[in-house]
Unconditional design. Structure first.
Length: 227
């Protein structure tokens, strides 16, 4: 059973207040994600340049292809870590409404490091299914993407297996009595974030994205999609 605040009617003011309480945590998660992504890009660039420089005997196209491939391998661990840290943007609101308290950076990373392999495998499954959905026909990919807030909540806050958490999240979103209302809220939130981001040349996303995650997570509890 989540905290009482989770079941209150979601409002922009409540989402904004929750965001303000978590600004230090959200800010440091942004920084950690950016640093990891930047480090990965730097490693990719260095390996690619060094590889091209050492491959003087090969043709320029072949040398660049091989070096770029090695660069991507070097970048991979940083990309994985960046994605792992990035999931906290959704997990922190989930933990906030579950506990009814402000989630500190220490608490967020403690939760992340408690079961990192579970989160990596859960993200891999979700990305794979969503990717297949987009390839086959865009709409199934979107349908899977809309399950993410509920899926992350279950992965972080329950002991369900990864596959059971995914199946239960999908059923909760599309088969619960108010599931489609929740989907409508998600879509509207996405549109608002998109408009704010476009109108501010991307800067507004720094506020709009985290505020929307708090709002959507609150809506999931309020609509009974998450109990």
């Amino acid at each position: 059973m989540a905290a009482p605040i989770a079941y209150e009617q979601p409002t922009l003011n409540r989402a904004w207040e929750a965001f303000l309480a978590h600004v230090p945590t959200i800010l440091l998660i942004w920084i950690a994600t950016a640093v990891l992504a930047g480090a990965g890009l730097a490693v990719y660039s260095v390996i690619t340049l060094v590889g091209v420089g050492l491959s003087g005997s090969a043709s320029s196209d072949t040398a660049f292809t091989l070096a770029a491939g090695l660069g991507q391998l070097g970048q991979l661990p940083f990309s994985i870590l960046s994605s792992l840290v990035g999931v906290l943007f959704v997990a922190v609101p989930a933990m906030h409404y579950d506990k009814g308290e402000t989630i500190t950076l220490q608490a967020a990373f403690a939760a992340l490091l408690r079961r990192p392999l579970r989160y990596l495998l859960a993200g891999l499954l979700f990305s794979l299914v969503m990717g297949i959905g987009f390839v086959l026909c865009i709409l199934p990919g979107i349908a899977v993407a809309l399950v993410m807030p509920v899926y992350v909540n279950r992965i972080f806050l329950t002991d369900q297996s990864i596959t059971d958490a995914f199946a239960a999240s999908f059923q909760a979103v599309y088969r619960s009595p108010h599931g489609w209302e929740f989907v409508g809220i998600e879509v509207l939130a996405w549109l608002v974030v998109l408009v704010v981001s476009v109108c501010t040349c991307g800067i507004g996303a720094l506020l709009a994205v985290p505020v929307s995650t708090f709002y959507v997570q609150n809506a999931a509890y309020s609509k009974g999609v998450i109990s």
